[in-house]
Design a protein around this ligand. Structure first.
Ligand code: S3P
Length: 197
């Protein structure tokens, strides 16, 4: 069986650069959850937050997680679940139902980075991130605050990879190795012949 590879983690940890690269290397389909949400809503994520608030965005996010993790297609070669890489927004694991659905669908790989590295990447990025603008604090203060708040949620991932000092290529290598190790572990028959996960 080849489950989905789910890439998550704090904002600006490299998910959008690494996701498509990993998918290309594996020859799998790539889906970016936030792009699906924005397409469904007909507006960018920051505009969804501005027009309808975070609760509405989280509802859309849950709907799209349920849709993507309910993929019933089969792999044409092995006839197992259809393989794919799903990249999510940084808040997806905060919701327990998202977390459970993603866990059932595949291996959750969480990218991390030091707060200072995230702050520098955010500064260079063109993406508007409403969660970092909340409270009128400095970006670095807000990043540290959110990282503390979210530590337990990110700890639910199968594996965490610190991207602070790695190139995109190096992160992609580690993501693929971690995924392979975890997917193999899930499929390994236990001593009594019952699958372990
Ligand atoms: C969010 C992260 C964003 C986007 C939304 C909320 C978050 O995605 O989903 O602004 O709560 O961390 P990125 O992690 O791709 O920036």
């Amino acid at each position: 069986m080849t489950p989905k590879l789910i890439l998550t983690g704090f904002m600006a940890t490299g998910k959008s650069s690494v996701g498509p690269l990993v998918a290309r290397r594996l020859g799998w389909e790539f889906v970016d959850l936030d792009s699906v949400i924005a397409a469904r809503a007909g507006k960018p994520i920051a505009q969804i937050f501005a027009d309808h608030g975070e609760a509405h965005f989280r509802r859309l996010e849950r709907e799209v997680v349920a849709h993507l993790t309910g993929d019933r297609r089969r792999c044409p070669q092995c006839h197992g679940p259809h393989p794919g890489v799903i990249s999510t927004g940084g808040g997806v694991l905060l919701d327990e139902s998202n977390c459970a659905a993603l866990r059932r669908a595949g291996v959750i790989v969480c990218l991390t980075a030091r707060p200072e590295v995230v702050a520098a990447r955010v500064k260079r990025s063109k993406t508007t991130r409403p969660k970092l603008a909340e409270g009128g604090k400095s970006t670095l203060t807000r990043i540290k605050e959110l990282m503390v708040e979210r530590a337990d949620a990110y700890a639910r991932a199968d594996v965490q990879i610190d991207t602070s000092d790695l190139t995109v290529d190096e992160v992609a290598d580690r993501v693929i190795s971690a995924f392979a190790a975890h997917a193999a572990r899930r499929c390994a028959p236990s001593a009594d012949g019952v699958r372990s996960a």
